[in-house]
Structure formats: structure tokens, C-alpha cells
Ligand binder design. Structure first.
Ligand SMILES: Cc1cc2nc3c(=O)[nH]c(=O)nc-3n(C[C@H](O)[C@H](O)[C@H](O)COP(=O)(O)OP(=O)(O)OC[C@H]3O[C@@H](n4cnc5c(N)ncnc54)[C@H](O)[C@@H]3O)c2cc1C
Length: 333
């Protein structure tokens, strides 16, 4: 009887590992199933461009099953429980999937309910380009903006694509210059990190560029409270407040609810993962890929590309009776 490989999440990581495994393993011996809650693959980097009219929201959404190869079973359902002791996964529809090997690639997402006051403020001069609907609304808000203080705020780290918020600030500088109203807009970049970026060399270069563009940077500011009525944000120590007219927020980012509900997370919804083999630390026959891991590297599509070959090699190695090799070195570019 054929054995089962179950892949949780049909985003970047899930799609790539499913296709690569299908290429290597015969359909007689191995069933491969990908579960995702929907059939809408969003090209996430373009959510940064949509507010500035540099990409079209409709064009960045594609059906997932177009990219999942024939011979792979694609199931559209919400994963609700992961039972690694009995090697079973349950979904909202009541289906139970058994696995011999599993890859968890459920990603991560910004969750404004994790930040006090932020969920209530969202939509009212507060938007995030980390979500497609909010990114579209932000585009309208930017168009209507007549001037004032534009604050770009990262609630906490880690976030997906750590450089994207600063890219937003640079694009905002270009956008308002193009509209010939840059002198009416005060652009303010607020981060819990030590500076413009997380790495010192890049920070030096990016700080200089920000200064040239007249972008104000506040570092070491972790979000403690947002007040959508009075339009300010406050740091964790409650010692500093920053007012805004328009707030571009990157809310606290967490892993998927199914991971935390199943009790296999690190407290933030990420699966404790061996940094080099990408095997789940506490569960046999389980690998973790992409943003769902707690590996200390960028949460980025580029990282998923490097990780996928490690997961592929190690699953094939285990199938052939070998061991998982510590091949991932954490590089992101
Ligand atoms: C604004 C922005 C800009 C970015 N720019 C870049 C960039 O320039 N370069 C770069 O390399 N990366 C960039 N990224 C990051 C990149 O998009 C992600 O790191 C990458 O998509 C992660 O792939 P993944 O497979 O781990 O997760 P995802 O692609 O997010 O896939 C996770 C999948 O799991 C599914 N899922 C989760 N939970 C469940 C559940 N319970 N039931 C069913 N399905 C579930 C989701 O529906 C989703 O399809 C950017 C991201 C954003 C938001």
C-alpha cells in the first residue's frame, strides 16, 4: 500500500516541496497531499507595491492548484488539529489525514489583536500592507492624503521580509515627490530594532539614505499601546508617544492558530525546529519549512527556496534509511 506525505499549507514552501517530492517519488509508493484553507495564492511582495499603484491587486492573486503538479492531491480545508503522536491531522470539515511524513509550511501572519488598541484602530487612518485588503484600502488613503504625519510602525520583531517597511518609507518619499507635495508630508519610520535595519552594515547605509530623503527614524520603540481615537502610538515603557495622521502598521506577527492550538509551538505559533536539519525538534517524521519555523533567519521567500532543498534531501534520505543532514546554514540572500 502507498504511504502518505502530508503537506500543511500550499503557499511558497508547501507548493515547492510538494512538486519536488512528486518529481522524486513514484505515485505507486507515495501519495502526496497538500492542504490549504483556500485556493488564492497571493504574491506577498507585491502587497508593498499595491498602495502606490505600482502593481494591480487582481493580478497578484492566482489559483494555487495551477502551480501544484498533477499527481498531488490538493485539499481545500482549514487545518484544525495536528496530532504528532498518532501521526494524524484533522480539518474543519471533519476529515482526518494520516501521514508517514509531514511537512509543516503554514507560514505566519500579522495579528493586530496581539497589540493593545491596534485591532480597534485598524481601518480608521490605520492600515497594513501586510494584508491584501488593508493594502488596497491603504492605497485609497494615500491618494486622499492631503499632508501631515505619515508613521510607519513595526510593532515587534520578527516580521516577514524585514526590509519591506523601510522600502515602504522610501516609496512614500518617491510617491509624494511625484505628487509634488513631499514638503507637506512628514515621514516617520518607527522600529523596535536598533536602527533602520537589523544588521549594522546595512543600517549604516540605509540610515544615510533615509537622512537624504528626510525620513525621520525612531529606533528601539516596541509598540505598547495604540490609540486610534487620539491617533498616537506609545512604546512598551509608556515613556514615549508618537502622533500620526496616517499610520502604516506592521502588527505583531505570529504563526498559525492550528500550530498553537495543537500545543506544538514555541509560544508565538512557531514550531521548534532544528536550525540545520529543519526537522521538528520534538516530533518524528515531521519537517518544518519557511515562515512556520522558529529558525533565526529572515522570514522570506528567498529563505524558503534555500530550505526546500534541505527538506527534500532529508526526507528522501530518511525514506532510504539514511539520516537527516545538518545542511541549512540560515542564509537569506
Ligand atoms: C509585504 C511583504 C513583502 C514581502 N517581500 C518579500 C521579498 O521581497 N522577498 C522575499 O523573499 N520574501 C518576501 N516576503 C515574504 C514571503 O512572502 C514569505 O516569507 C513566504 O511567502 C513564506 O512562505 P511560506 O510557505 O512559509 O508561507 P506562505 O506562503 O504564507 O504559505 C502559508 C500557507 O499556509 C496556509 N495555512 C496556514 N494555516 C492554515 C490552516 N490552519 N489551514 C489551512 N491552511 C493554512 C495559508 O493559507 C498559506 O497559503 C514578503 C512578505 C510580505 C507580507
Amino acid at each position: 500500500m502507498a504511504k502518505n506525505i502530508l503537506i500543511l499549507g500550499g503557499g511558497n514552501g508547501g507548493t515547492m516541496i510538494a512538486n519536488k517530492l512528486r518529481h522524486e517519488l513514484s505515485t505507486e509508493n507515495w501519495n502526496i497531499t497538500v492542504i490549504d484553507r483556500d485556493n488564492r495564492h497571493i504574491y506577498q511582495p507585491s502587497m508593498l507595491l499595491v498602495p502606490f499603484g505600482l502593481d494591480d491587486a487582481k493580478k497578484i492573486v492566482k489559483p494555487r492548484n495551477k502551480y501544484i503538479k498533477p499527481g498531488i492531491n490538493f485539499v481545500m480545508d482549514e487545518i484544525t488539529n495536528i496530532d504528532t503522536e498518532n501521526k494524524k491531522v484533522s480539518t474543519k470539515s471533519g476529515t482526518v489525514f494520516e501521514y508517514d511524513f509531514m511537512v509543516i509550511s503554514t507560514g505566519c501572519h500579522p495579528d493586530p489583536t496581539e497589540d493593545e488598541g491596534l485591532a480597534e484602530a485598524m481601518g480608521n487612518d490605520v492600515f497594513t500592507f501586510y494584508d491584501l485588503d488593508s493594502s488596497i484600502q491603504l492605497g485609497k488613503a494615500l491618494k486622499e492624503f492631503q499632508g501631515g504625519k505619515l508613521v510607519i510602525d513595526i510593532s515587534s520583531l520578527p516580521i516577514k521580509c524585514p526590509v519591506a517597511p523601510l522600502e515602504f518609507a522610501f516609496l512614500a518619499d518617491w510617491y509624494f515627490k511625484t505628487r509634488k507635495m513631499r514638503d507637506k508630508v512628514d515621514i516617520h519610520f518607527v522600529t523596535p530594532g536598533p536602527g533602520a535595519f537589523t544588521k549594522p552594515k546595512a543600517t549604516k547605509v540605509l540610515t544615510k539614505i533615509a537622512e537624504e530623503k528626510n525620513i525621520n527614524i525612531t529606533a528601539n520603540f516596541g509598540l505598547g499601546l495604540a490609540n486610534g481615537e487620539e491617533k498616537w502610538i506609545e512604546n512598551l515603557q509608556a515613556s514615549e508617544r508618537i502622533n500620526y495622521d496616517l499610520l502604516v502598521s506592521i502588527p505583531t506577527t505570529i504563526g498559525d492558530k492550528a500550530i498553537s492550538d495543537s500545543g506544538i509551538d514555541d509560544g508565538m505559533g512557531y514550531v521548534p525546529t532544528d536550525h540545520h536539519t529543519l526537522k521538528a525538534k520534538k516530533h518524528d517524521n515531521v519537517y518544518v519549512l519557511g515562515d512556520a519555523t522558529n529558525v533565526p533567519t529572515s522570514k522570506a521567500g528567498s529563505v524558503v527556496h534555500y530550505e526546500v532543498d534541505v527538506v527534500l534531501y532529508n526526507i528522501l534520505s530518511e525514506i532510504c534509511g539514511g539520516e537527516a543532514m545538518p545542511m541549512f546554514d540560515g542564509h537569506a540572500t
